[in-house]
Design a protein around this ligand. Structure first.
Ligand code: ADP
Length: 184
């Protein structure tokens, strides 16, 4: 199985947790656009300053802020044996961009994992998390944005390496399924 993994799923699905675990076991980088953006906001970099209002509102940051960042990150030496993308692509235009980029970089073949979790479970997980953008209004909005912008990305990968995994189980159980998939 390719060690180029894309994690899809709504906010609260467990992408970050699972991506982190798998990345450690597989010794490949975990690239979380959400973490990169939160880091930039904390450091008040130009990216952070431009991104802050979008993140606070639960909206997607404009593609123009994300695409170059991904292009640069996927050319770092630590990506040679693979990577896990978490939080990207988040809309179809980002998916199309990634497709072109990977062709250009001769990085063919991705394994796409979509974590499925019922909506009410997501809301209670997110409310328990207490991140700054995890208040109820923003959570509802992020879920709407997910349905409108990100769900179509699952269709984009439908017959191109997509695996749908039940994320409404313990982290260990989900992790074991993912491990089997990657080892297959
Ligand atoms: P979650 O999946 O819980 O919403 P993330 O950490 O993945 O959390 O993302 C947090 C916020 O960062 C998003 O609500 C969005 O504003 C921004 N963001 C992250 N990745 C992207 C992306 N690929 N495109 C646009 N905005 C993004």
């Amino acid at each position: 199985m390719s060690k180029r993994l894309i994690f899809l799923g709504p906010p609260g699905a467990g992408k970050g947790t699972q991506a982190e675990r798998l990345a450690t076991v597989a010794a490949i980088p975990h690239i979380s656009t959400g973490e990169i953006i939160r880091g930039a906001i904390a450091q008040q970099t130009p990216l952070g300053q431009k991104a802050k209002s979008y993140v606070d509102a639960g909206d997607l940051v404009p593609d123009s802020l994300i695409l170059d960042l991904i292009r640069e990150r996927l050319q770092q030496p630590d990506t040679a044996s693979g990577w896990i993308l978490d939080g990207f692509p988040r809309n179809v235009s980002q998916a199309e961009f990634l497709d072109r980029l990977l062709r250009e970089l001769n990085q063919d073949g991705v394994c796409v994992i979509s974590l499925n979790v019922p909506e009410e479970v997501l809301v209670s997980r997110l409310l328990g998390r207490q991140r700054q953008d995890d208040n109820e209004t923003t959570i509802r909005h992020r879920l709407d944005v997910y349905h409108q912008e990100t769900r179509p990305v699952i269709e984009f990968y439908r017959d191109r390496g997509l695996h749908i995994v039940d994320g409404d189980r313990s982290p260990d159980a989900v992790g074991a399924t993912l491990q089997e998939l990657v080892n297959a």
